[in-house]
Design a protein around this ligand. Structure first.
Ligand code: PGA
Ligand code: ZN
Length: 400
């Protein structure tokens, strides 16, 4: 039987050294699952609410844990409905999306444990697809993840021609290393940002040159196609008062931003551009998608926040052609699945994603395989990032 008998919550460290919520779920028959909440720095305005870890734990212990005892862990919707009912708000502001997502993931793992199946198999079912997601690897970045570096938040290696997930993972690591070489040759020192990407004090224009060069070198070595992409996190660049995107001393109007991004897509043959425009500007997203959506992915992260209502608005407007899926943006695995399903039904590509603050939790690797996602964005190097990448390699090797 998979009835939940206990849910315990504790504070653990995330990759930034901040406290986050870890949940353990036990079932009647001895099934065990553990999940930990990640945490964003460039969070979208419409995300579910993360409370301070101690407060979230106290609220969840009081309101959610009693409701969960006796619920079937294998019935993910029942678990997630109990979390929603315990919270009673639309955005998990009562118990915190951090406790909610940690419990939701832990319950799924406990159910998989009872079944003796890997998590991706439990979540994806018997008829899931056989594809593997292409990892998008953050190799250069700034924005909210590293001060004094690029304005654009992330430059992402995209090994679109990799014959296997393992070769894709190693290609991204090779691009990360090649970026270090190119920076070194240019005499540019570089620390690392929150996600392990290089955070050099260079202009965005120079960063494009560096990444283009690094990608080209690795492409020659490995012999398959590697492109690159961006997370512009433009809501962080956008100034509501100025009604403009601010790049240091320079500003761009929405029209200029569309023009700029479209020219980057063509000049660098970008495979992917996430949040190129402000999270409230569906219209501008639609215009850009209309212009370049036939040759690149325009992805909504802060725009959609893994929320089916916001995604439906985007579909209606023709805004973007792909969605970033971050379970903690919405609070439960069921909600994340609903967003994936709506996206797939409407021809939107799905990209399962980590957060800048992470733990060793590997749920998103399983989620990406379970949902047949085209891509997974989970960094390139650093233990909390390689935890997911190595799990993907194990899943592909049937060794989980
Ligand atoms: P965050 O950034 O986790 O800090 O929000 C990641 C992203 O914007 O994709
Ligand atoms: Zn983003």
């Amino acid at each position: 039987m998979t009835r939940i008998t206990s849910v315990s919550l504790r504070r653990v460290l995330d990759s930034r050294g901040n406290p986050t919520v870890e949940a353990d779920v036990l079932t009647e028959s001895g099934g065990f699952g553990r999940g930990a909440a990640p945490s964003g720095a460039s969070t979208g305005e419409y995300e579910a609410i993360e409370l301070p870890a101690s407060e979230s734990i106290a609220k969840a212990r009081e309101h959610a844990v009693p409701r969960l005892e006796g619920v079937y862990a294998g019935d993910q919707r029942a678990v997630d409905n109990a979390l929603r009912a315990a919270d009673g708000t639309d955005d998990f502001s009562a118990i915190g999306a951090n406790s909610a997502v940690a419990i939701s993931m832990a319950a799924a793992k406990a159910a998989a444990d009872v079944l003796g199946a890997p998590l991706y198999q439990h979540l994806g079912g018997a008829f899931r697809g056989e594809n593997f997601p292409i990892p998008l690897g953050n190799v250069v970045g700034g924005g909210e993840h590293a001060k004094e570096a690029t304005h654009i938040q992330e430059f992402l290696a995209a090994p679109v021609g990799a014959p296997s997930v393992s070769e894709a993972v190693f290609a991204n690591a090779a691009v990360h290393a090649a970026v270090a070489d190119v920076l070194d040759e240019r005499g540019v020192p570089a620390a690392k940002g929150d996600e392990g990407a290089w955070a050099p004090p260079i202009s965005d224009a120079d960063a494009f040159e560096v990444v283009d060069e690094a990608v080209g070198r690795v492409e020659d070595e490995v012999g398959f196609e590697i492109r690159f992409g961006l997370d512009m996190a433009a809501a962080e660049l956008y100034d509501d008062d100025e009604e403009a995107y601010v790049y240091g001393d320079e500003t761009k109007s929405a029209d200029e931003q569309i023009e700029y991004v479209a020219s980057l897509v063509d000049e660098y043959d970008l495979a992917y551009v996430e949040d190129p425009l402000d999270e409230n500007d569906y219209e501008a997203f639609a215009e850009l998608t209309d212009r370049v959506g036939d040759r690149t992915l325009i992805c909504g992260d802060d725009l959609f926040v893994t929320n089916v209502e916001r995604l439906q608005d985007g579909i209606d407007a023709g805004a973007a052609n792909s969605i970033l899926i971050k379970p903690n943006q919405i609070g439960t695995l069921s909600d994340a699945f609903d967003a994936v399903e709506l996206a797939a039904r409407n021809g939107y590509e799905t990209v399962i994603s980590h957060r800048s603050g992470e733990t060793e939790d590997t749920t998103i690797a399983h989620l990406a395989v379970a949902t047949d996602a085209g891509y997974i964005k989970t960094g390139t190097v650093g233990g909390e990032r390689t935890a997911k990448l190595n799990e993907l390699v194990r899943i592909a090797d049937d060794a989980v």
